[in-house]
Write a protein that binds this ligand. Structure first.
Ligand code: NAD
Length: 300
């Protein structure tokens, strides 16, 4: 049994922390929201009154926070995680944040001789609860090896992507590709409908032809062909438009930083931004099919 500090008990972190309790660890939890702490205590965790109290004496620290500024706030400074943990501790930041912040925290940890990995996840709230997340991990070999057993308790796949920051890099490249092929899939359905094809007929053909992709066959934006897809429950997320927009912005920030040419990623960001501004932020990102239909209507 290890002593684990878990910080950030929101939609994702609450299920992940509960899985560490189920794995038999002594889990000390902290969040700015006292109700989130109380919910984990009811599942067998110990309440901590601060970051310092949670991480003191910990063998492992796991964080699941909204964005880079929250992660830096929790890790850096005199009261931060890096100032408070013992040398043997392994740290895993599972939040989706900008590559630069992940590298900065990784470098500060390395300077102090502390094992740190960035380990963002693929999979939503249901996977966090079920312990079936996929982790994309950046960090030194020794840090990866130390983190792996703890990540295994929360996921079905743990993949070492490279050095510090590589986990975040893999995550935002993957999600940029996802945003692009979802929009392409939505456009294809809308055009197929106008050309007189039924959704099922287009699905049956494209899913066996060269248009085949994950947005089509696992997460179909048109209701019907894939029963588990959010399109069959009024586009309730799932993976919300606001979350996709966050990841597309991180991808564009990273692209600017390293001077990579990503015109489709840029267009995907602007389309999801427009959908968000039109009030769609809380819908599943596959509802882009409805937004594009509406846009086509207003242009005609
Ligand atoms: P969330 O907003 O539900 O939870 C974040 C939690 O962090 C909140 O409970 C908040 O109170 C807490 N927090 C913020 N600042 C804090 C601080 N200084 N100290 C302690 N606690 C603090 O977010 P979420 O949906 O759980 O997402 C967390 C991360 O996971 C994000 O980076 C997100 O992009 C990523 N992610 C989310 C999903 C998803 O489907 N929700 C999927 C993959 C990745």
């Amino acid at each position: 049994m290890a002593r684990i500090a878990f910080i950030g008990l929101g939609n994702m972190g609450s299920g992940m922390a509960a899985n560490q309790v189920k794995a038999g660890h002594d889990v000390h939890v902290f969040d700015l929201n006292p109700d989130a702490i109380a919910a984990l205590v009811a599942k067998g965790a110990q309440a901590a009154a601060s970051v310092t109290e949670a991480v003191t004496g910990a063998d492992a620290v796991i964080t699941m926070l909204p964005a880079g500024k929250h992660v830096r706030g929790v890790y850096e400074g005199d009261e931060g995680v890096l100032a408070k943990v013992d040398d043997h501790c392994v740290i895993m930041d599972c939040s989706t944040i900008d590559v630069e912040s992940a590298r900065a925290v990784g470098a500060a940890a390395a300077e102090k001789g502390i094992k740190f990995v960035d380990a963002p996840v693929s999979g939503g709230v249901a996977a966090a609860e079920a312990g079936t997340l996929t982790f994309m991990v950046g960090g030194r070999d020794d840090a990866f090896k130390a983190a792996e057993p703890f990540l295994n308790a929360m996921g079905k796949a743990v993949i070492h992507a490279g050095v510090a920051g590589a986990g975040q890099a893999a995550k935002i490249c993957n999600n940029m590709l996802l945003g692009i092929h979802m929009i392409g899939t939505c456009e294809a359905f809308n055009l197929a409908r106008k050309l007189g094809l039924s959704d099922q007929s287009f699905f049956d053909i494209a899913s066996k032809a060269s248009g085949q992709n994950w947005s089509l066959t696992s997460y179909c934006p048109a209701p019907g062909p894939v029963p588990t897809a959010p399109s069959n429950r009024d586009y309730k997320p799932g993976f919300a438009v606001a979350m996709m927009l966050k990841d597309l912005k991180l991808a564009q920030d990273a692209a600017k930083h390293v001077d990579a040419h990503t015109p489709m990623g840029e267009r995907a960001e602007s389309l999801y931004e427009a959908f968000d501004a039109a009030g769609g932020g809380g819908m599943d990102f596959s509802a882009m099919i409805k937004f594009l239909e509406g846009e086509a209507g207003s242009n005609s």
